[in-house]
Design a protein around this ligand. Structure first.
Ligand code: PXG
Length: 308
């Protein structure tokens, strides 16, 4: 028995979790998704992820076919059925099965699935040493093209930049907009710290408004660091005191080199470290419980826990 997957109203073994080759999610990247994380028996910022999923769906006129509350329950129940307390969750809504034409009108019913798997944590050394990144030659999709604010299944823009990073021998690439403003990475948001101010680009540039990004902005305010959503350029990256990336999978990863320029003193900075510690503390208490108190007696013990 493999993982138990939620697929269109049923919980099935991963071997049976199949979608049609006529699904427009596959044929056209026509659909939306979320990557969500569970920590110590709680789903981090679940309402925020569900809200973003439904906003992405609304923007592309896709009806998931179930309510937001039902969708939240799908996430929790998938975790329960796989006895997971710490997990990475992939929640996907596609346009569903249609014919070979693009027209979404020909797809009567969306496809919904949810995968919950034990999480492969990034090596701790990455958080200690920090990343070497480049800025990509591939521009971020413009706001009037395939706006990255929509978390769609069409990630080719990110795939192209990821290929650039790999070819350059680094782990990530930072997108610039057509005008040259710093946007985001292939699957993470980007922050700089300059003279004590924590800065990230505004989502109107056409970048995904990350759930982790928003949590870090809140935590910066809580710790008393001025935080700002502001437009900046490559130059500001190069001369930043600190730089870091945020995302559900990576949490917060320090960046120590951009296009060969060493950031700050080449080590993860103090504000980055303080925010990461705060974020990990928040993750331990935030979000709905997978096994609510009444059911705790029957909850699995020590299963599906991520290595720390
Ligand atoms: N920007 C983009 C383009 C993303 O896809 C983020 C920022 C960070 O958002 P959250 O809400 O996670 O803080 C994302 C989300 C992966 C992977 O396997 C990561 C994402 C999406 C798909 C895969 O690393 N990140």
């Amino acid at each position: 028995m493999g993982l138990t997957i939620y697929l269109n109203g049923s919980y099935v073994d991963e071997e049976e979790a199949k979608v049609s080759v006529f699904d427009h999610g596959l044929l056209y990247g026509d659909g939306v998704f979320e990557g969500i994380r569970a920590y110590a028996g709680r789903v981090f910022r679940l309402p925020q992820h569900i809200e973003r999923l439904y906003e992405s769906a609304k923007s592309i006129m896709l009806d998931p076919g179930i309510t937001e509350q039902e969708m939240s329950e799908v996430v929790l129940e998938t975790l329960r059925r796989n006895n997971l307390n710490d997990a990475y969750i992939r929640l996907v809504v596609t346009r569903g099965k249609g014919d070979l034409g693009i027209d979404p009108e020909k797809c009567p019913r969306s496809t919904v699935f949810c995968i919950a798997a034990s999480i492969q944590l990034y090596p701790e050394a990455l958080y200690e040493q920090g990343l070497d990144v480049i800025t990509a030659a591939t521009q971020r999709n413009g706001v009037n093209t395939c706006n990255a604010r929509i978390k769609s299944l069409n990630y080719l823009n990110s795939v192209l930049a990821k290929i650039e990073a790999t070819l350059a021998g680094v782990s990530e690439a930072i997108f610039l907009t057509r005008e040259g403003y710093v946007s985001e990475c292939t699957g993470d948001n980007v922050f700089i710290v300059k003279k004590g101010v924590v800065i990230t680009p505004p989502s109107y540039l056409g970048l995904l408004e990350g759930v982790t990004r928003n949590a870090v902005l809140e935590l910066a305010a809580k710790l008393g660091y001025p935080a700002d959503e502001a437009v900046f350029t490559r130059h500001d990256l190069y001369v930043a005191d600190e730089c870091f990336l945020t995302g559900t999978a990576a949490e917060m990863i320090p960046v120590v080199k951009v296009d060969g320029r060493i950031i700050g003193d080449g080590k993860p900075g103090p504000i980055t470290r303080a925010l990461l510690q705060e974020l990990r503390q928040l993750a331990a208490v935030d979000g709905p419980e997978i096994f609510p108190a009444a059911a705790k007696a029957t909850a699995p013990k020590g299963r599906g826990r991520a290595k720390k």
